[in-house]
Design a protein around this ligand. Structure first.
Ligand code: MOS
Length: 688
């Protein structure tokens, strides 16, 4: 290991730029005399735009153009129909884009959008998901490519023949990605060449989409994203903002800046589907699972099918003779749900791990011990061995660090003044993804090195850890290496998603650097597709265990998470400082999911009504007390050359269940429908 290489804990290389404001985000890049764009959204949930009175906005001083379906540049058919903006009169959900106002100032654009007269022919809408919705169907597959259903053994027989059973219905609400930087784009045409600054998790895929949509050569399109203020999945593919900005620039011949508002984020960039779940667990007297079933109902839009893999995590978690999992979907008149940090695993493990807590209750087995008894080193879904699985170590170490031993299992019996106190545990898993990536490495005449990899740093520290990986592979101190990222002119690379960035880009960086040292050329370019194709058939997953302590105010029903610890087994940790931050960030998001976040659907208008950060509360500093994350050393040589599993998402998986389980332990009340708000909790607490 070189000093400052893998395992060292350097601060972020771009930290100073960020805190001093030198780091520029998508609409902050200086350009001469840009136009500002403001999106106009449909005010009906279903219907047709009858007329857009462009003049009503053009009368506002400073407004330069109004684009709508009648005059917007045509774009080529896209697989993602949400990107076919302003291509026709159909309105498929409230908040869909119906026009774009372009003006000399942001204020003029906003005023133009406000006064723009749009009329509609409205049709009835259907936005309410139910367990027996008549439109429910089985999708062909669930995100990204898992089977919709699975079945092993005879579930009914195993279920009927088991002494212990729990049958739990629970739900999670629509939740919304709220990165600090909204979706934003600066777009500039120069003839058929296009330069774009986009707030995205991956510039390669945005470049490819724009080239196809606007029918220009890929190598004439350059997309840059040097700094991105968070994404959580919402920026995992091109979104309407980038298409609109490029359209606006094409139509006006000017540079266009477009930033969505916080409210617009709630309908235009994706969100986590609500889920309605049923979990059935059957066990023998020893607590070993004999059968499990996990059924999920979720929504998509009529524009594009996004089918979330809610029960996919359950398939790999615990062994049983018999199992079944299902996903059913209804296409409603709502915005299209998409990725939000651990799509599938986050809501699904809430269902499974709260049901496991109920199984612990009915079997009388300690919840940590119950999970240890049901551990398996063989993937129940595939029959393959896990490349490594250290869930038991996470549970044991967490129990010790948290002070679990001697816990009184009875609920509702610990008081501290007017607070009820309880503790809970939940396990977590997240798959290991590895995508093909390019990278290049170059030896400079002065003896230093340049590495280029089209990674995106969405705030995670990617720029920093890839420098560590490069320095390590080259065997030199980090000061001797420069790493360039987030530029679509670099070799193609995957998005920052699926917790796979460090593994995917890191593998390419590692190989490029090693090949540079082995050869005599001054520059090498690699593509890791062959490395991935050669991988052995094993099951690769990260695991973790969350422990939470909560205090519940007897009078108000307020829940405070007073203590929380996550212990993870996620392969090699490249940078303990940035890794801990990512894991803590996931856990904070889990607390937020457990207690706060919930889109309030207004069925009448067909809109999520709380599209702001006052009414849609995201956990703030005051919500988080004593939070810690750590990991067990895990060496796994069946992953990739640097031995990483990925840590971006597992922190949120399981953490809401740990909070739920702790709330039950404190109060004896199970609020199965997230979030656990005081009204629901008080309804279950005994009258005093
Ligand atoms: Mo993440 S939801 O894979 O960007």
């Amino acid at each position: 290991m070189s000093e400052g290489g893998i395992g060292a804990a350097p601060v972020r290389v771009d930290g100073r730029d960020k805190v001093t404001g030198r780091a520029r985000y998508a609409v902050e890049h200086p350009v001469d005399a840009p136009l500002h764009a403001w999106v106009v959204q449909a005010q009906v949930a279903v219907g047709q735009v009858r007329h857009v009175d462009r003049q009503s906005a053009l009368d506002v001083p400073g407004v330069v153009a109004v684009l709508d379906a009648g005059n917007a540049p045509r774009v080529a058919d896209a697989a993602d129909a949400e990107l076919m903006v302003l291509q026709g009169p159909q309105v498929s959900y409230r908040g869909q884009v119906v026009a774009l106002v372009l003006a000399e100032s942001l204020e003029a654009a906003r005023e133009g959008a406000r006064v723009l007269r749009v009329t509609y022919d409205e049709a009835p809408h259907d936005v309410q998901l139910t367990r027996d919705h008549p439109k429910l169907y089985r999708p062909g597959q669930v995100n990204p490519a898992f089977p919709a259903d699975s079945a092993q053994g005879d579930f009914e027989a195993a279920w009927n023949g088991s002494p212990h059973r729990v049958d739990v219905r629970c739900s999670t609400p629509a939740e919304f990605n709220n990165p600090m930087e909204p979706h934003a784009t600066t777009a500039q045409w120069d003839g058929d060449r296009l330069l774009v600054h986009d707030s995205t998790q991956g510039t390669t895929s945005v470049k490819q989409h724009l080239a196809a949509a606007f029918d220009v050569a890929e190598d004439g399109v350059r997309v840059l994203a040097p700094h991105v203020g968070g994404g959580f999945g919402a920026k995992g593919s091109a979104r309407p903002n980038v298409v609109l900005a490029v359209m606006g620039a094409r139509a006006t011949g000017r540079t266009v800046k477009l930033a969505l508002t916080r409210a617009q984020q709630f309908s235009l960039v994706g969100y986590r589907t609500p889920t309605l779940q049923r979990v059935r667990l059957a066990a023998g007297t020893d607590g070993r699972l004999t059968a499990f079933a996990h059924d999920a109902v979720e929504q998509t839009s009529t524009v594009f099918e996004f089918a979330e893999q809610t029960t996919e995590g359950t398939r790999h978690m615990y062994g049983a003779r018999a199992s079944r999992t299902t996903h059913r979907l209804a296409a409603l008149d709502v915005p299209t749900p998409r990725w939000m940090r651990a799509p599938g695993e986050a809501p699904g493990m809430y269902g499974l791990e709260t049901a496991m807590d109920e199984l612990a209750e009915v079997t009388g087995i300690d919840p940590v011990e119950l999970r240890i008894r049901n551990d398996t080193q063989t993937d129940p879904e595939t029959g393959q061995p896990f490349s490594s699985r250290h869930l038991v170590e996470c549970l044991r170490r967490g129990a010790e660090r948290f002070g679990w031993a001697g816990r009184d299992p009875r609920p509702g019996v610990r008081r501290d003044g007017r607070w009820l106190v309880g503790t809970g545990v939940a396990a977590a898993t997240y798959p290991v993804y590895l995508s093909a990536s390019g990278a290049r490495a170059r030896r400079c005449p002065d003896g230093t090195f340049e590495v280029g990899v089209n990674a995106t740093d969405v705030g995670t520290g990617a720029r920093t850890v890839l420098l560590q990986v490069a320095a390590d592979a080259l065997g030199v101190p980090p000061e001797c290496v420069r790493v360039d990222i987030a530029d679509s002119d670099l070799p193609p690379a995957p998005v920052a998603g699926g917790s796979s960035g460090t593994s995917s880009w890191g593998t390419a960086v590692h190989l490029a650097c090693r090949r540079l040292l082995e050869g005599t050329d001054e520059q090498v370019v690699v593509d890791t597709a062959d490395v991935i194709a050669a991988q052995a058939e094993v099951s690769r997953h990260a695991f973790g265990a969350h422990f939470a302590e909560v205090r519940v105010d007897l009078d108000s029903g307020e829940v405070r998470v007073s203590r929380m610890l996550g212990v993870f087994a996620a392969g090699r940790i490249v940078n303990p400082r940035t890794a801990r931050s990512q894991l803590l960030g996931g856990m904070v998001m889990g607390v937020s999911m457990a207690l706060h976040e919930s889109g309030s659907l207004d069925v009448g208008s067909g809109d999520y009504a709380n599209a702001n950060l006052a009414d849609y509360h995201v956990a703030a500093h005051a919500d988080i007390a004593d939070l810690d994350a750590e990991w067990v050393e895990e060496v796994d040589d069946q992953l990739n050359p640097i031995g990483t599993k990925g840590i971006g998402e597992i922190g949120i998986v399981g953490s809401p269940a740990a909070v739920h389980n702790a709330v039950w332990h404190a109060t004896g009340v199970r609020v199965r429908d997230l979030p656990i708000t005081p009204d629901k909790l008080l309804a279950g607490l005994p009258q005093r």
